[in-house]
Write a protein of this length. Structure first.
Length: 282
């Protein structure tokens, strides 16, 4: 097997093996003959060990586990061996880890109704993003730019990405919308802005929400989910850093700063993603 990360910024390879994988230290919470990749070499050297990682569990689609041999992700194995729905409910917190519900939706983790959007591509958890708004103002990017195209991997939700990633064009439009409508907010306009690097700010609460509008399920309404400034402005010492970066080749990657506000249901069974207002992760 061979896996690259960050568009080729790092990678690893090694042999495949089958293993019994158990959760929670209980022998009755195990899956048998689960394919895993053993790290034999990594580039840059020590890239994964230096980060204190002992392993990564991937729960997306088999497409991402074909390098070159296709293997079943562990979520698929769990669903098959335990004869339960192929569903994961993920609840992340900003600083205290989180929880994963395997095979069911935990109604205690969210309030209100779950809002579902279709999975549009069975590679990552790709979904249809229709618009991005700064407060009430659209950044004015055609939804086509958020889709999976010939050289863009589209919009998807990914717990393995800590921040928000968007295309260079969408990022420039996002910055322009901020500076057109919120120039009075400290750190938005001037010589030293949040778009230039981390800044000491007089107030974070004066920043607007960033809102994402998604397509609803067939026959259902579209819906909008907000990411507050307390999430997209990350504290770094006395300063705050904008947790949004411009990256070539993506529509949008909705990482942890998005997910920490919602209970996210990764429903492979019905090819949809669900979002509920987060209540309690533990």
């Amino acid at each position: 097997m061979a896996v690259t990360y960050g568009g080729g910024a790092s990678g690893l390879f090694g042999p495949l093996a089958n293993e019994t994988v158990c959760f929670g230290g209980k022998q009755d919470n195990c899956v048998n003959q689960q394919p895993i990749g053993l790290i034999q070499s990594q580039y840059p050297n020590g890239q994964f060990v230096s980060r204190g990682l002992e392993g990564i569990i991937g729960v997306a689609f088999e497409f991402n586990a074909c390098n070159p041999t296709c293997v079943a992700p562990i979520g698929d194995t769990i669903a098959q061996q335990y004869n339960q729905p192929n569903v994961l409910g993920v609840c992340l917190t900003p600083s205290n880890g989180g929880s994963v519900d395997v095979g069911y939706v935990n109604s205690s983790r969210y309030t209100g109704d779950l809002l579902y959007t279709p999975i549009t591509l069975q590679h990552w958890y790709n979904i249809e993003l229709l618009d991005i708004l700064i407060g009430q103002y659209s950044i004015g990017v055609d939804p086509f730019m958020y889709y999976t195209t010939n050289d863009v991997i589209g919009t998807f939700v990914d717990s393995g990405t800590s921040i928000l990633l968007t295309s260079p064009y969408a990022y420039s439009q996002l910055q322009a919308t901020f500076q057109s409508h919120f120039c009075n907010v400290d750190g938005v306009c001037g010589n030293n802005t949040i778009f230039d690097g981390c800044q000491e700010l007089s107030s974070v609460s004066s920043f607007p929400d960033i809102q994402f509008t998604f397509a609803g399920m067939p026959g259902q309404n579209n819906f909008t989910l907000a990411v507050p400034p307390s999430s997209y402005l990350m504290k770094h010492g006395p300063a705050y850093c904008l947790a949004i970066q411009s990256v070539f080749g993506v529509g949008n990657v909705l990482g942890d700063v998005f997910m920490e506000n919602y209970y996210v249901v990764f429903d492979k069974q019905n090819l949809r993603l669900g979002f509920g207002k987060q209540a309690n992760c533990f």
